[in-house]
Design a binder for this molecule. Structure first.
Ligand code: AMP
Length: 391
């Protein structure tokens, strides 16, 4: 790229176009932050009415692996990013040859494959659960012997929100392997980590290699899907510092430009193990919209456009609860949004998805308050009221 003004140290002018590969809610909220700052948005997604397409200036309607479409997106954009890891890395690289892609295609490839991801982390001395790459039944059986149980068997690629995973309590003769082997050529067997709690830290890293970490979030999952994010996490300050330092190291060793979200387990003996990386905004960072002076989305836009990173100061505690399609089921199709919003300190975010299928992420509610317990109470109360339906 020769005509990228940012390569010459100039920020992208307002009116420049940010291209996003993937049209989900993460793209939508990035687009909202970008629009606030006067930038324009182009998005590539198979769905012409995707959450991000609804507010984009330009929509390229195509499959994620359509390289020509990715190049078309690149030609209309001044900078490119992606909003989920399962976009096609070859298509992303094809686009990246035309217009700057941040984070890079190589960060994307590492984060797309749990074996590559853990290998890269361990090579740099960063801690993860013990694991074995599994391609054959023999690999699986020897993995069970090599690692102490229980275990978790996961697809190495294309997994998210706990999809393509099995917890194995007792060593078997390969049943779990046979169930997952059709889903992915590569699997990973991990030691099951008996964690005290789950944490995530989002780190932003700019063109000059400066890093800023958002306050660690304490995450509660339901059926392997994020349910609640509580910030500040209810952990000792030295644990929070260690988690933030790990996230910075990850951003540095992978040479990330943009955001990297680092999910971690805090074990019974206060060890931190990295579980998963996502080089993009993260569900556990939605709290930053109301909780921090600069949201994760705005921070990404700033980095992409060569602007100074913003303060991540948090004036008061914030708790986010996800709204899955199940909320509509419980409310018989008509959630009680007015009742939910009658709870003080709450904000409602809906992603513009037409069909509220069970398990589908439809939106979230964030509550702020002067204490974390109060924020937690408010967020959960608001969601209960939404589920009750009516107004
Ligand atoms: P993942 O798709 O790797 O983020 O996993 C989804 C969820 O499954 C995590 O947030 C954990 O709650 C749980 N999980 C995944 N891997 C492990 C593990 N090795 N030990 C214990 N729980 C796990």
């Amino acid at each position: 790229m020769t005509d990228d003004p940012f390569r010459n140290g100039e920020p992208l002018e307002p009116g420049s176009v940010i291209g996003i590969i993937g049209g989900g809610q993460l793209g939508r909220m990035t687009a909202m932050a970008a629009r606030q700052m006067g930038y324009r948005i182009a998005v590539l997604d198979p769905d012409a009415d995707s959450p991000c397409a609804q507010i984009a200036d330009h929509v390229v309607q195509a499959a994620y692996n359509d390289r020509d479409a990715a190049r078309e997106l690149a030609r209309m954009s001044d900078v490119l990013t992606y909003e989920f890891e399962n976009v096609d890395a070859d298509a992303a690289d094809a686009a990246g040859e035309i217009t700057r892609l941040w984070p890079s295609g190589s960060v994307l490839r590492t984060a797309q494959n749990r074996v590559l991801e853990k290998g890269a982390l361990n090579r740099h001395g960063l801690p993860t659960a013990d694991y074995r790459a599994v391609e054959t039944l023999e690999d699986y059986m020897s993995g069970l012997k090599a690692l102490s149980g229980p275990w978790v068997l996961k697809t190495a690629t294309s997994g998210y929100d706990g999809k393509g995973q099995a917890v194995i309590r007792e060593a078997d003769d390969g049943e779990a392997f046979r169930e997952l082997e059709d889903r992915s050529a590569a699997l990973i067997l991990e030691r099951f980590v008996p964690f005290k709690l789950e944490l995530s830290v989002i780190c932003a890293r700019d063109a000059n290699g400066h890093t800023v970490t958002f306050p660690p979030s304490e995450n509660v999952h339901e059926n392997s899907v994020l349910d609640v994010s509580i910030v500040p996490a209810r952990i000792e300050p030295h644990i929070a510092e260690k988690a933030s330092a790990l996230a910075k190291q990850v951003a540095e060793v992978l040479d990330v430009h943009g955001l990297i979200s680092v999910e971690m387990f805090l074990t019974e003996d206060d060890e931190i193990l990295i579980n998963e990386l996502a080089p993009r905004p993260h569900n556990s960072g939605h709290y930053t919209i109301e909780g921090c002076l600069t949201s994760q989305f705005e921070q990404l836009v700033r980095v992409l456009c060569g602007l100074p990173m913003g303060s991540v100061e948090m004036p008061q505690p914030a708790v986010m609860v996800n709204l899955l399609g199940d909320v509509w089921d419980e409310a018989e199709g008509k959630p009680g949004w007015a009742a939910a919003l009658s709870v003080p300190g709450t904000s409602l975010h809906l992603y513009g998805k037409a069909e509220p299928r069970p398990g589908r992420k439809m939106g979230h509610i964030t509550a702020v308050a002067d204490t974390v317990e109060k924020a937690l109470h408010r967020a959960k109360l608001a969601r209960r009221k939404a589920k009750r339906g009516g107004n």
